[in-house]
Design a protein around this ligand. Structure first.
Ligand code: GLY
Ligand code: MN
Ligand code: MN
Length: 497
């Protein structure tokens, strides 16, 4: 390692991690000096703030009002090494993206209390690569390796927040006496720094700090429960791209039959990368009996004529909002009578669930409505012994329904999971909330309580629903839902041999 590659003190390590690989182990003084010169000024000076900036400002103001006099630390997260100089794909921490609109790695938002009773926001970011110390070409994350970053000045215009070099974060956090709260678990360096600044290593102090941090996470999840209009538009974008991805899969179904569920996953993934940032969660491409495994993401099974294919997938936008949609389709293009019978019951349960989504309704209502329809059907088919009230009281239908009927959706696929129970699980729906309605029936291949012909059948139908003042809008209505509509969709879009 040459002098130019030395990372310097700990603060510098935020930005300058030397490359761990390479055939050229040393740099001559001449080369180092030459590499530091001859570069044009590429500063961009005519930028406008991102569209989201007024919204992130409002969100920061709401957070400020919830924690007067306290210092709030919200990191983006850092790249995580997979091996040597290879990293896992990076995805900015949800709360950081929500409060800044930034999606890059290594940043940290700090809200510091000011004399006016509010907070001043400062966004600590990785600066442009330093052309003098060689980081831009010798550093692990140098710009010639990973791409140009915003300059601090550019970022402050884009995000509408003053910016600072992230290498000054340690020094700044060590200054000041305000109570500190941090969003934890995304950036080991920031977590360690926060611990160091707080001091107090005894058990009681640690428990108090953990409580402070947890409360910050809960508050942010509460704030994210109701989406602003910009977020709703982003979610619609995610859903629309997801609809395109499902159409792509149907068009590729014959090829998937020659390969495997991976072909389905890959086909959807292409759309996700072209239209958005990524998939919002691991795609579930489950054919035949694999559809009875709720989170089947191995996707290495065959796609066979005569089987059902359950595809649960969502595009995540470049702004990190995700859809979460499931369709179950007959690979042949036509449901068998038995498949249709299962599908139609799940569809009826979903209809009942969607109808129970409205402002003022309890969050649990749509789940209860769907479960009732499923329990009634299972009793009617003789799989469960009635009366239905007893089945529901004891939850016996859950042997075949397995999971809850839906969840909040937003920046995270299972959004706002840590929100206060009284605002979420035991709360009421409000206009602006977005949730999934996704009942399913799953008859395991080895379940001796069901007739043999049903074993290995799994059906889920999942849509993304916006609560409106008037009731609801099904955001994913661009995809067919009923069995007849699904068959018409396949007839129209699936190429025939
Ligand atoms: N894709 C996971 C879920 O539907 O909740
Ligand atoms: Mn879901
Ligand atoms: Mn899903």
């Amino acid at each position: 390692m040459s002098d130019q590659q030395r990372p310097g003190d700990r603060a510098d390590a935020f930005v300058f991690t030397p490359r761990k690989n390479g055939q050229s182990q040393s740099v001559s003084d001449e080369l180092a000096a030459w590499m530091g010169t001859g570069w044009a000024d590429t500063e961009v000076r005519d930028l406008d703030p991102i569209e989201q900036a007024p919204h992130t400002a409002r969100r920061r103001a709401a957070l400020s009002a919830a924690f007067p006099g306290e210092r709030l630390v919200v990191p983006a997260g850092q790249l995580v090494t997979r091996s040597n100089d290879t990293e896992y794909p990076f995805r900015a921490a949800t709360d950081y993206a929500y409060l800044t609109g930034d999606t890059a790695d290594g940043g940290c938002l700090v809200l510091s209390p000011n004399a006016g009773g509010g907070h001043d926001a400062l966004l600590y970011l990785k600066p442009r690569s330093d052309r003098e110390n060689g980081e831009f070409w010798l550093g692990q994350y140098g710009e010639l390796w990973t791409g140009r970053r915003n300059s601090l000045q550019e970022a402050s215009v884009l995000f509408g927040v003053p910016t600072a070099d992230v290498r000054t974060l340690p020094e700044d956090l060590r200054t000041g006496t305000a109570t500190l709260r941090a969003v934890r678990g995304h950036d080991e360096d920031v977590d360690a720094l926060v611990d160091e600044v707080r001091g107090g290593a005894d058990t009681e102090a640690r428990a108090k700090s953990a409580r402070l941090d947890e409360e910050l996470g809960v508050e942010l999840a509460d704030h994210r429960l109701v989406k602003d209009e910009w977020e709703v538009a982003q979610l619609q974008r995610a859903v629309d791209a997801t609809v395109l991805g499902f159409n792509d899969v149907v068009a590729a179904l014959p090829q998937a039959q020659d390969t495997s569920e991976r072909f389905v996953e890959g086909t959807f993934f292409l759309r996700a990368r072209v239209e958005g940032n990524d998939v919002g969660y691991g795609t579930i491409a489950a054919s035949g009996p694999n559809a009875t495994t709720l989170h089947w993401t191995r996707n290495d099974g065959p796609v066979r004529e005569g089987d059902l294919l359950l595809l649960d997938a969502g595009v995540e936008t470049t702004t990190l909002y995700t859809a979460d949609v499931t369709r179950t389709m007959p690979v042949s293009g036509t449901f068998t009578d038995l498949q249709r019978k299962v599908y139609d019951l799940v569809y009826a349960a979903q209809e009942a669930g969607i109808a129970a989504v409205a402002p003022g309704r309890a969050f649990g209502d749509f789940h209860r409505a769907s479960q009732r329809v499923l329990a009634e059907g299972l009793v009617e088919w003789g799989l469960l012994e009635g009366p239905v009230e007893r089945v529901l009281d004891l939850g016996l239908q859950r042997r075949y329904t397995l999971h809850g009927t839906g969840h909040m959706l937003g920046l995270d696929v299972h959004d706002c999971a840590v929100a206060r129970q009284e605002a979420h699980l035991y709360g009421e729906l409000e206009a602006g909330m977005v949730l999934t309605v996704e009942p399913g029936l799953y008859f395991q291949p080895d379940d001796l309580t069901v007739p043999e012909e049903l074993r290995g059948t799994g059906v889920r139908i999942e849509d993304d629903v916006l609560v409106t003042e008037q009731g609801r809008t099904v955001m994913s209505a661009g995809l067919p839902r009923s069995s007849a509509e699904v068959e018409a969709w396949l007839a129209e879009r699936m190429p025939r041999a």
